[in-house]
Design a protein around this ligand. Structure first.
Ligand SMILES: N[C@@H](CCC(=O)N[C@@H](CS)C(=O)NCC(=O)O)C(=O)O
Length: 213
């Protein structure tokens, strides 16, 4: 039985959508950020970064949302949420998932929490947030261009785990000056993912009521 440690709308959303898509049994365990439960000594035994999410799979616990996604697609290859290992499609899947987590997600985090880098310098905070938003916007443009000739999903006609990952990040990015939805190809992908019953169930299960992306 899988246990996904989560907080509503956090980086658990992509693994959560995937668990629903896979149709397998799992439990949710709330990590209450209101009381900083992610920094409790108990939780930090399974996630030494004190961050959310963590997936527990038997005696194995995994942190980093993208690593959890990779573990799940490998454990359930029959569901087809990632191409077969060793194929060029699989390489493209690695590329986009890594781009999403390593580039877009990280820049969105800096944009949302510039104080973590700026200390108490308010002017620096503003400059850091503006710079991060610009970089995140450029990354979204790269995805938009890719989808223009390769869409509607990252890997063409078939939905995969990277599409769910983008759906999670698109929700976080909604307040951007140029939000993901302002790009037609990303918007088309989001129309396809956010109307899926499994995706809706995942967000409903987290108590999210203000839209998906
Ligand atoms: N790269 C990590 C980022 C995880 C992360 O930053 N999670 C946020 C919520 S989205 C968190 O736990 N924030 C609370 C904190 O940093 O104390 C991942 O993808 O799992």
């Amino acid at each position: 039985m899988y246990i996904l440690h989560y907080y509503p709308g956090n980086a658990n959303a992509a693994p959560h959508m995937l668990l629903e898509e896979l149709g397998i049994e799992y439990e949710l365990a709330l990590v209450d950020r209101e009381i900083d439960a992610q920094k409790s000594s108990e939780y930090m035994k399974i996630n030494p970064m004190g961050r959310i999410p963590t997936l527990v799979d038997g005696d194995c616990s995994i942190f980093e949302a993208a690593a959890i996604v990779l573990h799940l697609v490998d454990r359930h290859p029959e569901a087809g949420f990632a191409p077969a290992v060793g194929t060029s499609d699989r390489a493209q899947f690695y590329q986009w998932l890594t781009f999403l987590t390593n580039s877009l997600q990280e820049e969105l985090m800096v944009w949302q929490y510039p104080d973590r880098l700026a200390g108490n310098n308010k002017a620096a905070e503003k400059a850091i947030a503006a710079g991060a938003e610009k970089r995140a916007s450029n990354f979204l443009d790269v995805i938009e261009n890719h989808l223009e000739s390769n869409g509607p999903y990252f890997l063409g006609d078939r939905i995969g785990a990277a599409d769910l990952y983008l759906t999670m990040l698109a929700r976080w990015a909604r307040p951007m000056v140029k939000p993901p939805r302002s790009r037609p190809n990303i918007s088309r992908l989001l129309d396809l993912t956010t109307t899926r019953p499994a995706v809706k169930r995942a967000y409903e299960g987290e108590g999210i009521t203000d839209g998906i992306a």
